[in-house]
Design a protein. Structure first.
Length: 119
């Protein structure tokens, strides 16, 4: 990876050496009441890969999905439950003289956390 970021840059990358780029979006949440002492936040997270090669984009996406599936037990230990793959989106666009291949995966999860009580 050349760049890890939370959003795709506004700066024009005009060199193949700037790729691949992984973008881990900020998760989106909807809070619901869970019980008297705890809450659950339902959320989704999008992870995108930008490469100059379609096969490389697919390999990176497979590695990300495999890692999430492999470490679901570890995610559960930190409060992430019901981690499920929602969808995969693909795209290709031209940036200057280069073809950029994008793969985006969306994961849904529940995050269970203890409520903070203020006095």
């Amino acid at each position: 990876m050349q760049t890890y970021t939370s959003q795709y840059s506004d700066v024009t990358f005009n060199s193949r050496s700037n790729y691949p780029i992984i973008v881990v979006q900020t998760p989106t949440f909807s809070h619901e009441y869970f019980s008297l002492g705890s809450s659950v936040a339902e959320g989704t997270i999008d992870i995108s890969i930008y490469t100059t090669n379609a096969q490389a984009a697919d390999r990176f996406l497979d590695a990300i999905n495999n890692s999430i599936e492999t470490y679901k037990d570890d995610l559960r230990e930190v409060g992430l439950r019901f981690v499920d793959l929602v969808g995969i989106d693909t795209d290709m666009f031209e940036r200057g003289h280069m073809k950029i291949h994008r793969r985006t995966v969306t994961w849904r999860f529940n995050y269970i956390f203890a409520k903070t009580i203020a006095y």
